[in-house]
Design a protein around this ligand. Structure first.
Ligand code: ASP
Length: 331
């Protein structure tokens, strides 16, 4: 009897151990000048990535949910002024910070998102509240803000999001537009220099559930009211336990047109492709041919991690199923 009990315990321990947990994050894809990147800024990127990974991984390691891990990891990056999400978000052409975020639960395809919010301290928490506390998926502007505040989330004065660095960027962008003598209406939002910094996270928990989330200030110089791919389920974020969790960053209009996050999941589901192949084909072929710059982070149901980008840099980090941690900026 004792022997059977011991064998059973061993079996349970082994199967428990075989359940992988993993987490991957990004802090935006783009072109960042190696020379313009001061050692101090580089250190801040790595330190914040590390802190974000640890926050998420600690939850997974104690048996917590992928959703909780994604939210916790993204909150760290939203609160850090180095990234273009929450505090430190880029400015619209009108000099405002308008934030977008979304989250998705791969266990049942539940999702929530907010677009164009200006007073919610952590948009990712608002996205999660939309998913869990409303029958809807996407709220925008004042409706999203009222919903967040009704649900007890921390609200801030819009000034909270302002940083000097992003202010200087929008001033430089406005000057550039003037020099080009382009009418404002035709101006393209900027994908160049170090204007990147959208954040995202994908996690796999010990119950085999995948979750993904993305949070951003959008693109420098975007028009008032413009919403990018980050809060669009299927474009900037997607999660399905049967395929993968995906969070994107890049020129949002291309990610929306090509339904990038869902396309990767669909290729896995219908064509039985591996995550690595599906992500590579979408980012390096489909997007690139269309002229869309950016990248994706992803984890599949087995805990395989993919970080694919067609830009010179993507701030990123992961803790894989063997517990190995890494953070990187350049290719
Ligand atoms: N995808 C974001 C947007 O278009 C920007 C980014 O990822 O850098 O709003």
């Amino acid at each position: 009897m004792k022997a059977i009990a011991a064998a059973l315990l061993l079996f349970i321990a082994m199967t428990a151990q075989a359940k992988p947990i993993a987490i991957v994050i990004h802090g935006g894809a783009g072109r960042i000048d190696r020379d313009a990147l001061t050692p101090e800024r580089e250190r801040q990127y790595h330190a914040t990535l590390e802190q974000s990974l640890r926050a998420g991984h600690a939850i997974l390691a104690r048996g917590g949910s992928a959703l909780d891990a994604v939210e916790a990891a993204i909150v760290v990056m939203e609160d850090a002024p180095v990234f273009n999400a929450g505090k430190g978000a880029v400015f619209t052409a009108e000099g405002k910070n308008e934030l977008d975020a979304s989250i998705m639960d791969g266990s049942g395809l539940q999702a929530g998102a907010v677009g164009g919010v200006t007073t919610v301290k952590n948009p990712i928490r608002a996205a999660r509240a939309v998913m869990e506390k409303s029958p809807h998926v996407l709220f925008t502007n004042r409706g999203a803000e009222k919903f967040a505040s009704d649900n007890g989330l921390e609200m801030v004065d819009p000034k909270y999001f302002i940083t000097e660095r992003r202010w200087k960027q929008i001033q430089a962008w406005l000057k550039q537009q003037e020099a080009k003598d382009k009418p404002r209406a035709a101006a393209e939002p900027d994908r160049h220099a170090d204007y990147f910094g959208t954040v995202g996270c994908v996690a796999l928990d010990a119950n085999g559930n995948l979750a993904a989330g993305t949070s951003t200030g959008g693109m420098t110089g975007k028009r008032f009211g413009r919403i990018g791919d980050s809060p669009i389920i299927g474009a900037g974020t997607y999660a399905d336990n049967r395929t993968a969790g995906i969070s994107c960053t890049g020129h949002g209009e291309y990610f929306i047109r090509h339904a990038v996050a869902h396309d990767i999941s669909a290729r896995m589901a219908y064509k039985k492709e591996s995550l690595a192949k599906a992500a590579r084909d979408v980012v390096q072929t489909v997007l690139k041919q269309a002229g869309g710059s950016g990248g994706v982070i992803s984890i599949d149901a087995l805990g395989n991690i993919v970080m694919e980008f067609n830009t010179p840099a993507m701030t990123r980090g992961s803790i894989d199923r063997d517990g190995k941690t890494k953070t990187a900026i350049f290719k």
